[in-house]
Design a protein around this ligand. Structure first.
Ligand code: SF4
Length: 438
């Protein structure tokens, strides 16, 4: 490998807490970092590495060692090539233009918007298969075969906003609103901890009843009682609030952009401002969160070019977790009568996102599972590497349907998707498939 091709190094710390402390220390000393999934060949399963520029490698190592951060290893972030990709496909019916883009992928070159549009637009069977094959190889090279499993608890369906696509939007009158209390949430968190999961996703509508004090108290309990990683998904909040939750130990934050087409963003989000949403995402990145975003495929009026721009946005913003789901019309919303998003386009978007953004977490989304019983398996074969279980207690679940007929992804369906896609469950999981057969 040509040494000049290496632009970044990946620092593997001795534990999650060392990784997080180390990342903060580096940021405080103005070293640019991002948190990325560790390469499969170096890391423990889906562990997170600190990525620094080549010119910051030495100073980063010095700062970390001086502050007693255990370093397991520092590795070059190798450019990812898919050797032999094009040769293998020579006999397939693939257009010269498509082959040219595949060659760029093989050579590890950055794709431009028109390349991405070409990949997303194809309707030819052989080209689609080639795209999914390339994404699956990239996923295997970069994050390996293990699927990271996370558990979500949707703790409140109150929301101050009225997003036009959303099944818990403020103006839906005939919805039973609920708020779980801290003890109820902790009961779920303890269950997730007992079965060995490492990350809990605490998700709600934008519910200001959950004040910074209440959210802080919940974060402290999760950390004190289980030490689990926390992903917060509670919408737009003040920067100081994001900072407070980060300082209390929250690891990840999920705030989806949904679309980067401003006009479409404004149409589906009557209460939101596009620039402010992007600013919130930048704050999260600055604060050192593992930063989550994502989009909806098949929104009314959305074009393939829009989706290509979304994918480039994820790359440029350094987004670490990217949720891509099809549009699922929710009953009682202004978008109820629109057609659902196309599953195949969603899978193509997953595949291209893996190829373009490379070292990121991509969930096989519940929205996909809701439209297609094999949706998660297909997503895992197209570049996804994470599954989010829905662990909201049964009595509340029905009332947290951002879209209608939401499929409740549970451990059993996760086992099936992982098995069918020829992947591996994480070694940290303490239950076997037979333990969760209903
Ligand atoms: S998408 Fe989120 S912010 Fe918008 S209405 Fe639904 S829960 Fe509220």
């Amino acid at each position: 490998m040509n040494k000049t091709e290496i632009k970044y190094y990946l620092i593997m710390a001795g534990s999650t807490s060392h990784m997080l402390r180390g990342d903060k220390l580096l940021k405080d000393k103005a070293v640019g970092t991002s948190l990325v999934p560790a390469p499969s060949e170096y890391g423990t399963v889906c562990a997170t590495a600190i990525k620094v520029k080549i010119e910051d490698k030495e100073i980063s190592e010095k700062i970390l060692r001086e502050n007693n951060i255990t370093i397991e290893g520092i590795y070059p972030d190798k450019p990812r090539r898919l050797a032999g990709l094009v040769e293998k496909l020579m006999d397939s019916v693939i257009s010269p233009e498509f082959m040219e883009v595949l060659k760029k992928i093989e050579d590890g070159e950055d794709l431009k918007e028109q390349d991405i549009v070409l990949l997303l637009s194809t309707e030819r069977k052989a080209e689609k298969e080639a795209l999914f094959h390339a994404a699956d190889r990239m996923r295997k090279e970069i994050v390996g075969d293990v699927v990271d499993i996370r558990g979500a608890v949707e703790f409140s369906n109150y929301c101050r906003k009225d997003c036009r696509y959303c099944g818990i939007r403020k103006s839906l009158d005939d919805l039973n609103r609920y708020r779980m209390c801290e003890d109820e949430i902790m009961e779920v968190v303890h269950h997730l901890h007992e079965i060995g999961l490492k990350t809990v996703i605490l998700q709600s509508g934008e519910d200001l009843w959950w004040t910074p004090e209440k959210i802080s108290s919940l974060i402290k309990r999760v950390k004190d009682e289980t030490k689990m990683n926390i992903t917060l998904s509670i919408g737009e909040r003040a920067k100081e609030e994001y900072e407070l939750y980060k300082n209390l130990g929250t690891n990840n934050f999920l705030l989806k952009i949904e679309t980067t087409n401003r006009k479409l963003f404004d149409f589906i989000h009557p209460d939101d401002d596009y620039d402010h949403r992007v600013k919130c995402s930048s704050w999260l990145r600055e604060l050192g969160y593992l930063n989550g975003s994502g989009n909806i495929i098949g929104l009314p009026g959305q074009t393939v070019e829009d989706i290509a721009k979304d994918i480039l946005f994820f790359k440029e913003m350094g987004i670490n977790m990217i949720g891509i789901g099809p549009f699922v019309p929710a009953k009682g919303t202004p978008l109820e009568g629109y057609p659902q998003g196309d599953i195949e386009m969603t899978l193509k978007a997953v595949a291209v996102t893996r190829i373009v953004c490379k070292r990121v977490f991509i969930p096989a989304t519940t929205a996909l599972a809701s439209l297609d019983p094999d949706g998660q398996t297909k997503a895992l074969k197209a570049g996804a590497n994470t599954i989010m279980l829905i662990n909201t207690p049964a009595k509340y679940r029905y009332n947290y349907q951002i879209y209608s007929d939401k499929n409740m992804v549970d451990l059993e369906s996760a086992f099936i998707a992982v098995e069918e896609s020829g992947r591996k469950m994480p070694p940290y999981l303490k239950v076997k498939r037979e333990d969760c057969i209903k």
